[in-house]
Write a protein that binds this ligand. Structure first.
Ligand SMILES: C[S@@+](CC[C@H](N)C(=O)[O-])C[C@H]1O[C@@H](n2cnc3c(N)ncnc32)[C@H](O)[C@@H]1O
Length: 241
């Protein structure tokens, strides 16, 4: 779970600034194309699980009747502030129960990695399938695998304006089959001064064969696509049988 990840708590208000490099518009186009290609049900209801600040929903809401779900209230607050007329609900992807079924479930930008273990992944995929109509489609954008994760990877990012700047330094390790990302975040804001934060994100490195096996076990016709939103990640697509 994302519990304790500061970027999703008190730093949620800087999330969109830190990820301004991400082309959500283009990603929305790719996701809409994949839905059109694989969805067999006739409706247009869409659930974005781990929706964060609602950036994908902003792109998809014109074509789909969207709902957003996230475990983190601070992220949901940002989403509700930006996107009016869409329901954003708090829930854990492993056990949420919205009491209805959707034509599309999406779970993007590595949110799935936060479930950390294969038993949790199996539960989560079963829950996605439970919320899908027959012929509905699920699209999951994974985090890295053991093969693609790089131990000791360093990255630095600075974003902002003259009045507000955020710098984030990451150091990524591979530990016990998990991706552990230690971060230091510095926020400098005019009139307020400087605040520094420590953060740690722990994500699973799920292997492709096992991911596909668990999707199939959940009752989904599953495939892995090389087509990616982020380079090298690929996408999992499942259709509810
Ligand atoms: C990297 S962000 C991605 C947000 C959004 N999908 C995007 O593309 O910008 C990961 C999101 O997953 C959420 N998350 C993590 N664990 C979760 C869980 N168990 N259930 C629901 N949401 C979760 C976090 O709160 C965070 O908003």
């Amino acid at each position: 779970m994302a519990k304790g990840v500061r970027q999703y708590d008190e730093l949620a208000k800087y999330y969109d600034l830190l990820y301004a490099w991400k082309d959500y518009r283009k990603e929305g186009v790719i996701i809409a194309e994949l839905i059109q290609r694989y969805k067999e049900s006739t409706g247009s209801s869409l659930l974005d699980v781990g929706c964060g600040t609602g950036e994908h929903i902003m792109q998809l809401r014109g074509r789909f009747e969207c709902t957003g779900l996230d475990v983190n209230e601070a992220m949901l607050e940002q989403a509700r502030r930006k996107v009016q007329g869409v329901r954003f609900v708090k829930g854990n992807m492993m056990d949420f129960d919205l009491g209805r079924k959707y034509d599309v479930v999406i779970c993007l930008f590595s949110a799935i990695g936060f479930v950390k273990t294969y038993p949790n992944l199996a539960r989560t995929l079963r829950n996605f399938a439970k919320h899908l109509k027959e012929g509905g489609v699920v699209i999951v954008e994974p985090w890295l695998t053991r093969e693609t994760a790089s131990d000791g990877y360093i990255s630095v990012l600075t974003r902002g304006s003259d009045d507000l700047k955020v710098t984030r330094v990451d150091y990524s390790r591979v530990k016990n089959g998990l991706s552990v990302i230690d971060e230091r975040i510095v926020v400098a804001e005019k009139g307020k001064g400087i605040s520094t934060y420590r953060d740690r994100m722990v994500l699973a490195l799920f292997e492709r064969d096992e991911f596909l096996r668990l999707m199939r076990q959940a009752g989904l016709r599953a495939r892995y696509l090389k087509k990616s939103l982020a380079p090298g990640r690929g996408l999992y697509v499942g259709v509810k049988a």
